[in-house]
Design a protein around this ligand. Structure first.
Ligand SMILES: *Cc1c(COP(=O)(O)O)cnc(C)c1O
Length: 388
């Protein structure tokens, strides 16, 4: 295969070898249904119990507070829709932000068509909310605050513990989409007053199609899927044993090496930021310091992000112009508009997202290939000509 540099780890990651090894028995010999009575199936049940304990202990939760799902989208949908149902007697007002992932944003937009009212807190140019805005937005009929732990496009880390404290003192449920945070930065459900937390395995080198929702004990979230009564009766369906075991193994590995990975990955990220912001009419998007270790995100004026991605692809570099889900639409990313970028600048976005699998050579290669690509695209842009 020709040279490939994978710099799209915020879209998905490679499966870790440890996770694959842990999964393998449950994809082959250990195929028993965890709900069956005989000894053979009890191996599968034990594996799921063990995975649940592992995930709980890493998140500072109890095993009975962890519910396995099919991923981040399902966990977000479940938490938000069911919280509204749970607190229907109190009202239909939800507080969120303008930079949420589509799994949250489109769920909220759907609920708005069903009579819910949503306040989208503004963010500043770095992607941060103001806690005073949050306090002021809370009303008598507010039933849920849903704010992501870290943004997938611009890497900004949000003040989850502070938001949790405000939610708790106001008696409002707090959900966080922590899909980009878990396995990468420290997150503690108990220490951060979180009521519900979404995560997905494939963002920390686990398998695709398996995630979890943490639901704090005492929050009686309504049933998502009716059926055989799996996941304490809230989410029926025969368990994805291999996926669950792989999720736990990947999370354990990521947590064990979190500090060293973060140090190495953020050093590579900062080399990208240092090198690429030297390009004229370019800038970093997101917070300069409160950002995920792996995400380097930019806008380059006078060009289209999609064109950059295509030329990078020809050079064997996998990158993104923001959220994978928005790549089919012509609208610029809602996140970049929310941080105040004008349409024409938001169109020139690029996200390079790294993992511990990347090497310094990968960074050298990107720093060598990208600047001439920007120059070439600008040489074809009449707007750039006028500017000069
Ligand atoms: C990837 C992602 C999701 C969706 O997770 P899936 O497992 O792909 O459904 C949700 N929120 C954020 C912030 C993400 O990055």
């Amino acid at each position: 295969m020709s040279k490939m540099v994978y710099a799209d780890n915020a879209a998905t990651t490679a499966l870790s070898k440890n996770a694959l090894d842990a999964m393998m028995p449950y994809l082959t010999e250990q195929y028993g249904n965890p709900s069956s009575i005989y000894k053979f199936s009890q191996n599968s049940k034990r594996a799921i119990d063990g995975a649940r304990e592992k995930v709980a202990s890493i998140l500072g939760a109890r095993p009975e507070e962890i519910f396995f799902t099919s991923g981040g989208t399902e966990s977000d949908n479940w938490a938000i829709k069911s919280a509204l149902e749970l607190r229907a007697d109190k009202g239909k007002h939800i507080i969120s932000t303008g930079i949420e992932h589509h799994a949250v944003l489109h769920t909220l937009q759907h609920l708005e068509t069903q009579g819910a009212e949503v306040t989208y807190l503004p963010v500043n140019e770095l992607g941060q909310i103001d806690l005073n805005d949050l306090r002021k937005a809370i009303r008598k009929d507010t039933v849920l605050i849903t704010v992501m732990a870290a943004n997938n496009e611009i890497g900004t880390i949000l003040p989850v513990a502070e938001i949790g404290a405000v939610a708790r003192e106001s008696g409002v449920l707090f959900h966080t989409d922590a899909v980009q945070a878990v396995g990468h930065i420290p997150i503690s459900t108990a220490g951060m007053s979180i009521d519900m937390l979404s995560l997905t395995a494939h963002k920390f080198k686990g398998p695709k199609g398996c995630g979890a929702l943490y639901i704090r004990g005492g929050v009686r979230l309504p049933t998502l899927l009716h059926g055989g009564g799996h996941e304490r009766g809230l989410r029926s369906g025969t368990e994805n044993t291999a996926g669950i075991v792989g999720l736990a193994a990947a999370l354990e590995e990521a947590s064990l090496h979190m500090n060293e990975n973060a140090k190495r990955v953020s050093a590579m990220r900062d080399r990208l930021i240092g090198g690429l912001t030297k390009i004229p009419a370019s800038r970093l998007t997101g917070h300069p310091t409160k950002r995920l270790p792996g995400i380097a995100s930019f806008v380059f004026e006078y060009i289209e992000g999609e064109s950059i991605i295509l030329l990078l692809d020809q050079a064997g570099i996998c990158a993104s112009s923001g959220s994978a889900c928005s790549s089919a639409s012509l609208e610029p990313s809602s996140v970049l508009l929310a941080i105040g970028l004008p349409h024409e600048i938001a169109h020139g976005s690029l996200r390079l997202s790294l993992s511990e699998d990347n090497s310094e050579e990968d960074i050298d290669y990107i720093l060598e290939k990208l600047p001439p690509i920007i120059e070439r695209l600008r040489s074809m842009s009449p707007l750039w000509d006028n500017k000069k």
